[in-house]
Design a protein around this ligand. Structure first.
Ligand code: DLL
Length: 447
């Protein structure tokens, strides 16, 4: 059962609600945020021109750079005395992106995260080990409030502290875990090192997000940890986690809370709105937010929308698993490569583990891609007679089996993605693990 009746509205009911909310948020930002007043005026559009949700195409986009330009408080639609929370996302360069919530926004956040937990099959009977980081990052507190709202017992352990995570999994009987997918695998590895039997833990489901991951990664996590792995999506600028979530029934696309967050897919080059089914950049309008609503925010995330009926009964449109961010896309000798595509090809091979780094270098005028990936402990066992060393410096890349495996992966990458790559195989546990968002790409090309 969905958490809230608004998740099962008929399309006409939903469109009506969206239209009302869109009108309201346009009035709000136009009258309160000088940045939006200027933008609307420059396009010759007034809030009263927005009669229904289809009129959204008349409105200007908001970009991450607009948040930076108005740093820190320039896009707030309320005075500071109404604001009760400020979060920020670090970004790779420059100043953080600042976002604000008033009391109603925090309430909305708990509500949409309660939907997310319910979507993943969490109830008040569950013990939720929340291993998203607490702090400026929205993952920790967002998941915390949502899990409390459904009445589950929340363990606010935050990210990191891997051995303690395992101790609590065992002793506190956690049934649900929330963390990045890469951290889930790390926890599993450490549990193996500690020789912990999975029979001693009660975990049954994980809510994973905050970084791109693939179907292949899902299988790895589900098989290893013996749980259901649910994909959850969100971003600080819109609310944090709570924008969309897979349902445990279908695990096929993430239901967007589109009564609050209106999704569009656009062609990132032209800005033109694309129909359902077509892949492009996700744009979201946070229609119910009060402290800092954003109009047509360009997320940079690449996905598509699917309006088909879902077996779970929710009528909310589903977005496909995010392929990656437009700005994470590598262009290697003219071929567009998303790190998630590389992950998906790597994990087709049973001999390699889901721990990898993509290095890009420039030699002369040519871009070269090198994928460093760990072989599995099982592969090491199989090769024991060949005395393959687990020591990095003695891990001879010319060893026959390694050469064979490298060739196989190279061929798959070429056939499926269309790009030549070097493969460097690494012994187990030699690639840096992540306790939060994993860093998969090292781009050494001159900027
Ligand atoms: O990562 C919010 C979040 C926390 C989502 C916990 C899910 C779970 P930011 O730090 O602002 O917020 O980063 C947002 O992370 O634009 C995507 O590029 C990426 N991202 C988030 N969830 C997913 C996902 C949080 N399920 C950015 N799949 C977004 C792929 C994701 N990418």
């Amino acid at each position: 059962m969905p958490w809230n009746a608004e998740e099962t509205l008929s399309r006409p009911e939903l469109t009506k609600l969206q239209s009302e909310r869109l009108q309201r948020v346009c009035e709000r930002v136009y009258s309160r945020v000088p940045f939006y007043q200027k933008k609307f005026d420059a396009m010759g559009v007034k809030p009263t021109d927005i009669k229904n949700v289809q009129d959204i195409v008349k409105l200007p986009f908001t970009k991450k750079a607009d948040l930076r330009d108005n740093y820190p408080y320039g896009l707030f639609a309320e005075p500071l005395d109404e604001i009760v929370r400020i979060h920020a996302s670090s970004g790779t360069t420059g100043k953080p992106t600042v976002v604000a919530y008033n009391r109603n926004d925090i309430n909305l956040w708990a509500e949409v995260m309660a939907r997310t937990f319910t979507c993943a099959g969490t109830t008040k009977k569950d013990v939720v080990q929340n291993a998203y980081g607490y702090g400026l990052f929205t993952g920790g507190l967002g998941a915390h409030y949502g899990a409390e709202r459904v009445g589950a017992a929340v363990i606010p352990i935050s990210g990191g502290n891997t051995q303690k995570q395992i101790l609590l999994l065992q002793d506190f009987g956690s049934t649900v875990i929330t963390c990045t997918p890469s951290f889930a695998l790390y926890i599993y590895d450490v549990a193996c090192e500690m020789k912990i039997s999975l029979d001693t833990i009660k975990l049954r489901v994980g809510l994973f997000g905050a970084e791109p991951w693939t179907e292949e990664m899902r299988h790895e996590i589900e098989e290893r940890l013996r749980i259901k792995a649910i994909d959850i999506y969100g971003l600080s600028e819109i609310i944090g986690p709570g924008v969309s979530s897979e349902c445990v029934e279908a695990q096929s696309g993430l239901h967007v809370n589109e009564d609050h967050f209106y999704p569009e897919i656009i062609n990132p080059e032209t800005g033109e709105q694309l129909p359902y089914g077509q892949e492009g950049e996700l744009v979201i309008t946070s229609m119910s937010r009060e402290a800092m609503p954003l109009i047509r925010y360009r997320t940079g995330d690449i996905t598509s929308l699917n309006p088909e009926k879902c077996v779970c009964g929710r009528t909310l449109v589903r977005m496909r698993r995010v392929r990656g961010r437009a700005d994470d896309m590598l262009i290697i000798r003219g071929v567009n490569v998303f790190p998630s595509q590389v992950e998906s090809v790597l994990l087709r091979s049973e001999e390699v583990a889901p721990h990898y780094i993509i290095e890009v270098n420039r030699k002369g005028r040519m871009d070269e891609m090198n994928v460093l990936v760990e072989v599995t402990p099982k592969f090491m066992e199989k090769m024991a007679s060949k005395v393959l060393s687990t020591d990095l410096k003695d891990f001879v890349q010319e060893e026959e089996e390694l050469v064979h495996l490298k060739r196989e992966i190279q061929k798959n990458v070429k056939d499926i993605i269309g790009v030549n790559t070097d493969i460097t195989l690494r012994p187990p546990n030699t690639i840096q693990r992540s306790e939060g968002k994993a860093k998969r790409v090292i781009d050494n090309r001159p900027k």
